[in-house]
Design a binder for this molecule. Structure first.
Ligand code: HEC
Length: 144
């Protein structure tokens, strides 16, 4: 039964990668070179959820900042930067250097942790409907 579930999941992922939707988002997640699973943990550790609604992160219910859903489908980060992995990492690490005076604080997130967080946010879009992205290890996604 468990195995059948995994097969269904793989089939859905494969369909997602090839068909419309999911593919581009997955590509974005891979360009972060981060781990979505570690990203989910970093999001909880840094308390991003005090200010943001983040799908798949139960405790992330804050309304100070915008919800971080469908992040791979956005054109811009904070209305300022093109939505690329490097720009998202830069924003997460130093929001003030992109937008002086922003309410989002510099939390001391390392480059590696920011890459993990970016991978989580992008994967959340790519695997919509397949459960929390933390259940999908990066190795699985790299296989074509
Ligand atoms: C004290 C509240 C606060 C905390 C904590 C916080 N943020 Fe933010 N965040 C904001 C606000 C406010 C904005 C909107 C900034 C703007 O557009 O000027 C924002 C914007 C963002 C954006 C851009 C959203 C968009 O619409 O493009 C991302 C991505 C983001 N935050 C990620 C994070 C992550 C990841 C963490 C944890 C490491 C975090 N934030 C922690 C308040 C916060």
């Amino acid at each position: 039964m468990k195995q059948a579930g995994a097969l269904v999941l793989l089939a859905a992922l494969a369909a997602c990668g090839r068909g419309e939707g999911g593919g581009a988002e997955r590509e974005l997640a891979l360009t972060t070179r981060g781990s979505p699973e570690a990203g989910a943990q970093a999001i909880e550790r840094y308390g991003c959820g005090a200010c943001h609604v983040i799908p798949g992160v139960r405790t992330a219910r804050g309304l100070v900042g915008p919800p971080l859903s469908d992040y791979a489908r956005r054109a811009y980060i904070a209305g300022n930067l093109y939505n690329t992995a490097d720009n998202l990492v830069a924003w997460i690490r130093r929001p003030d250097s992109v937008e002086p005076g922003t309410v989002m604080p510099v939390l001391g997130v390392s480059d590696a942790e920011a890459r993990d967080i970016a991978a989580y946010l992008y994967m959340e879009t790519a695997t919509r409907g397949l459960g929390p992205p933390r259940l999908l290890p990066a190795e699985l996604l790299e296989r074509e």
